[in-house]
Design a protein around this ligand. Structure first.
Ligand code: COD
Length: 300
């Protein structure tokens, strides 16, 4: 498979095959419903909504989604709705899960629940995607929404989850940049120590299936020119496919800067679960939500 290099190629990939059922917890939100209507119309998903029927129907009517006829399971309580949606995926009645208007903590606690949740790999993590030019490619960045302050062991798992996703998108040997504020090791900046350790672990075969370099600052990772300017010689600098960010604050600020300030097309998914999980922010546009459904469908 040749690599998926744009969000529109993701859409095309998602349209292949039969529609997957997506269980959505608490879809009481305009952008969530618009994105689901669009994905259902495109033949990407069959929505199974878990929440307050009256609210969902009145929102659909107000939004003019006249041909949107989702299956709805009545559930008034948010945590209970998350549990029902998660159980639908766990039981195989749905192949994907999506968060609606419910707090991220409540939603993720349901996903991680030991009795009915969707744990598969040792660590679940969130991966966001944006389009980059020169070379034209999708850049994955992680973790911007789930793991708060990962230690080195968790960063290895976050990196491996993202590499797995990159490979699913056709990147055979992903180039991974472990991001910090600078490109040199500084003991006063713990992110640079972890980044250097990740790079050395990859050199020694403790991390497989990718090439890792770090620490790299964001400009050195994404711009060949910036890397050249700093004299950095590296197979990753300027052309990274995956960015492993130091913590949730750095990741979340980057995600929101791209999405809200720059309005770049974005997509995001939680990986490491037994099925793809669409976890977008309340502030994300219906476009980002649709892109994320497409990403989840493309890998489901
Ligand atoms: N993958 C697998 N297991 C996990 C993970 C994970 N990412 N995180 C926790 N666990 C396991 C632990 O090993 C433990 O067995 C159990 O879950 C409980 O662990 P806690 O007490 O550390 O976790 P929780 O349930 O209190 O919180 C987990 C959350 C994911 C909810 C928490 O880390 C969180 O709130 N993350 C940030 C979410 C957020 O606010 N994002 C905002 C950006 S939109």
């Amino acid at each position: 498979m040749s690599p998926v290099t744009s969000i529109s190629q993701l859409h095309a990939l998602a349209r292949q095959g039969t529609p997957r059922t997506i269980a959505v917890a608490c879809p009481h939100d305009d952008d969530v419903l618009r994105s689901l209507d669009r994905a259902a119309t495109a033949g990407v998903v069959r929505p199974l909504l878990v929440g307050r029927r009256a609210v969902i129907e009145s929102l659909c009517a107000r939004l003019g989604l006249d041909s949107f006829r989702p299956e709805i399971i009545e559930c008034a309580d948010d945590a209970a709705a998350v549990e029902v949606a998660v159980r639908k995926v766990r039981g195989g009645e749905a192949q994907m899960l999506m968060k609606g208007l419910v707090s991220t903590g409540t939603f993720l606690k349901g996903v991680l629940n030991k009795e009915f949740g969707l744990r598969d790999r040792p660590l679940l993590s969130h991966v966001a995607v944006f389009e980059a030019a020169d070379p034209e490619r999708l850049v994955l960045f992680t973790d911007v929404a789930m793991n708060i302050a990962p230690d080195l062991v968790q960063k290895v798992q976050i990196l491996e989850n993202a590499v797995g996703l990159a490979r699913r998108l056709g990147v055979e040997w992903p180039k991974v940049a472990a991001i910090a504020a600078v490109e040199t090791v500084n003991p006063d900046m713990p992110a640079t120590l972890d980044a250097a350790a990740l790079a050395k672990m990859a050199d020694r075969g403790q991390i497989k299936g990718c090439v890792v370099d770090g620490p790299l600052a964001l400009d050195n990772a994404l711009s060949v020119e910036a890397a050249r300017h700093k004299g950095i010689v590296s197979p990753v600098a300027g052309v990274a496919d995956v960015l492993v960010l130091p913590d949730i604050e750095a990741g979340n600020v980057m995600y929101k800067t791209l999405g809200l300030v720059r309005r770049w097309p974005l997509a995001a998914v939680v990986v490491g679960a037994s099925a793809p999980v669409v976890l977008t922010s309340r502030a994300d546009s219906d476009e980002t939500k649709f892109n994320s459904i497409a990403l989840a469908a493309a890998i489901s």
